[in-house]
Design a protein around this ligand. Sequence first.
Ligand SMILES: [Zn+2]
Length: 307
Amino acid sequence: MKKIVVAMDLGGTNMRFAAVLRDGRIVASHRRSTPRTDTASVVSSIISGFSKVLDLSKTRTPLAVAAAVPTTSSTLSGVLSKLPNLPALDDFGLGDVLRGEFLAPVLVVNDATSATIGENWLGASTGAKNVIGFTLGTGVGGGLIIDGRPHTGANGSAGELGHICVEPSGPPCGCGSNGCLEQYVSGTAIVRMAKDAGLKVTTSKDVFELARAGNEHAIEVFGIAGRAFGVVLSGLVNTLNPDKIVIGGGVSKAWQFLRPSVLSEVKARAFEIPASHVTIVRAKLGDRAGVLGAARIAYLNSAGMES
Ligand SMILES: [Zn+2]
């Protein structure tokens, strides 16, 4: 019988589940909306989703259960914390609950780190050993691969690239600081800046459509976002000397409008050797990156336990 890892990518709006083989093939998948209510509803929906994808893949006992979660603190214990888009799961011990339910090893990992690993396994950064990944969505997530390994830091909380400060007196951020990158290049920030510029928009896609139609205020919003992003990327390029920077998430669809100011900031600020080495590319796997990356980490963790 084939060994299978079942993986979840838990978002504030949707949860995606997949049964993934060791070579990355997805043999079953399932998606459902995330209940925005109490803890019990969210947890029971998570368990139902995993059960459904196990049924679909005709697997009774998975090799591992892997959960990619938008948690911003230690994931080593499987206890979640600081989930601005999923407050119902704050301080919840998801790892223990899944272990009890499925009697299998459980991995809980940051969602942006998972996406970065997924893209490195089968997407935009295959073969690269030093990679920085960004997910530009409602917030800004980040993931790091250093010398071929995910870098999660001393407590598992590393990679919060969206909370690098760009402007000390900038807009307040959900993390408690001010002027974080997330306040300039997230979907939420794009909408805020567009409204400040007098545009009537409700989503970052609206701003993108206006930019595509040639609206100069909308184009300038992406210019401001791209400058902030380029400032942060310059610092990361100087610090980490990456091979690739991979940009994913909904806002990355507007890359054509972000790109000019991102590249000019990196050219102006970063050291020449790392800046001329790095390539900045868009992600390839779309919303499969998170489940694939979580499954990949589970397979790597299990490699020592079997032949
Ligand atoms: Zn912040």
